[in-house]
Design a protein around this ligand. Sequence first.
Ligand SMILES: Nc1ncnc2c1ncn2[C@@H]1O[C@H](COP(=O)(O)OP(=O)(O)OP(=O)(O)O)[C@@H](O)[C@H]1O
Ligand SMILES: [Mg+2]
Length: 291
Amino acid sequence: MATKSIAFHSYKGGTGKTTIASNYAALLAKKGFRVALLDLDVYAPSLLAYFQKQPKKWLNDYLLGEADVDEVMTEVTDIIEDYSKKYDKAAEIRGRLWIGFCNVKKEEIYKIEGGTSESSKLQLRRFIVLREKLMRDYDLDYVIIDTSPGIRYWSINALAVADTLFLTLKTGDIDVEGTKRLASEIYGSLTKYGTKSFLLFNRVAGYCIPSHIMNSLEKGNDQNEGLMEPYSTGDAQDVLSRETRMDVISAIPCYCDIQFTKKEFLTALRYPEHPFTRQMEMLVNAMATKA
Ligand SMILES: Nc1ncnc2c1ncn2[C@@H]1O[C@H](COP(=O)(O)OP(=O)(O)OP(=O)(O)O)[C@@H](O)[C@H]1O
Ligand SMILES: [Mg+2]
């Protein structure tokens, strides 16, 4: 199959981009796909929290011309297989996963901050070549790109090299005007050239509401009127989808156990039966049919 490259982006921060990108990439690898996951959240890299492997070199080194692609792509297939086996001895990772990590050190971030200098132009050219080299030399099925929120230099570059954009929204904390502007100004200019874009709603309300309240809400019981608010999220999704002219690829509920864990881990590998994992499975299927 032709390589698909998907960028996870959002207008506001903390919408779940890194959580979903990491779990989605790991699940794709488990299913037998060859996947590269790139940390293009260069201003606040955070993939190391999910994949505890110290890379030899960073994406920053590659962008600065100080490392080759092979030196900055760290294979984590073994790590995620060992991790899965801790919880299910029969688990296996049938594909492969490589990660391009970004350096968290401030001085390294400053070096690739972008601008109009010759060195910035070279960095951008190297970034475009990175995607080409990855596709050619790694025989990839997917390139997954995690980005910084908002309209920032490296986020826009990441969106420009992707063929599918997932605009991630955190339900209950959506800047409707900002999202619409982002969709029309930035996404609009990319989709003109064939890029596909979707809305991905995360932390949708509803999952934690006790079933007896859910039942009476479904029956239209007025006594729970005060609780009706979360159920308007479906309408909000429709309105935003219409106004941005983007289809909804997924609506993932908010799971308290994910929100309140002290340490980030790959739910999709640790708990194969978790409803979040089922959501990731659905996203894999939705991509296969819609994008
Ligand atoms: N479906 C979910 N249910 C509950 N908690 C979630 C869910 N998705 C993400 N979270 C939690 O939300 C927090 C923010 O998620 P994450 O770091 O992935 O967002 P982000 O968009 O990458 O943020 P940033 O813009 O800062 O990079 C994390 O604590 C994560 O565990
Ligand atoms: Mg993030």
